[in-house]
Design a protein around this ligand. Sequence first.
Ligand SMILES: *Cc1c(COP(=O)(O)O)cnc(C)c1O
Length: 409
Amino acid sequence: MEEYTRVFARIDLDAAIHNMQAMRASLKDGARMIGVVKTDGYGHGAVPVAQAIDPYVAGYAVATIEEARNLQLHGIKKPILILGVTHPSHSRELVQYGIRPTIFTMEQAEALSEAVMELNRERGEAAAGSADLPVCAYIHLAVDTGMSRIGLPCDEEGASLAAAIARLPGISVEGIFTHFARADETDKASAMRQWEKYQRFIEMTEAEGLTVPIHHVANSAAIIELGETHWDMVRAGISIYGMYPSDEVAQTEVKLSPVMSLHSFVTYVKDIPVGTEVSYGGTFKAEHTTKVATVPVGYGDGYPRNLSGKGCVLIRGKRAPILGRVCMDQFMVDVTDIPGVCVDDPVTLIGRDGEERITVEELARTGGGFHYEIVCDIGKRVPRVYVRDGRIVGTKDYFTDVYEDFIAF
Ligand SMILES: *Cc1c(COP(=O)(O)O)cnc(C)c1O
């Protein structure tokens, strides 16, 4: 991207589509996919990712109501589920916009039921005799089978609470789900215990007279390795973005390709003599004359500071090790062994250059970080460039956003 001379993240929507196709091919009969696009699509951009994967999903999942609204305001029409807790004060908004909340207490459900009734009263008054159907609230019930995070208790009491919630006026239970804590481990014993508990819970709720159309349990790890848990729907997250949930998950069953790469340009090249320290704290001191290139990216962009003195970038197809600490906006690399490096040379922080490749997983391993977190943390200062059919189809630059309310200042 000529427009961006400091840094940009390239988002390969073709890779995202490839990942959806690879997953779809491994789904158990009839199972459909929910595209998890929380945290702005794991840092990739929820809207363009959702648009690209739309033909492959039955709906989307996000973490907050703001994320759900943002998708809708950008034309996403399929159902959106909020995986986290939504405060009861948003009940009306949920119903009005048809956003599916996760529900697991009577208080949450009652607030929603009341919002439905209130809206129907208002609609009745506004258009008495019209053929409008009364609105209802579609919800998904969460069951806690082992995360101890949110969800109905996985016992008889939880099952009768589920049934009681379903009987509230204006409430339609569309889905019932649970979440694995350890599906990404080689040893699936814990995940299988959760799976057994979930199935028993479903039997209990059915005995209470509750039947739910959509059962969903599997995250990316279970999509790849626990086919028996696919049931009606699966929730694909990290795999959309071309990363495996952990290095214990098989990388041969479903072939994923990374969607994000991160690119910058050299701003300065110089030789430093023996004994010269580099960056804050002088943690690197040259033992011989060293050619140093400066890269204008730092932890202020979400590039992990824990890569200080450990990580690498790619310049001219070769690895250039990071010298000393990563600063907020810049860091230095050793290019002594890379001939001809000059200002404006492309720098690959994540991605491929020739034969060499740096993955997000490598950054996580090297720095002692977590791959999910690294992509989520790539910051607003980094513009995103979207590629589809090998062509640039759009960009997102947070600095072109206008702060309408503050413009008067
Ligand atoms: C984030 C999340 C997912 C997606 O998990 P991945 O490991 O990224 O596939 C699925 N379900 C729930 C409840 C989540 O919070």
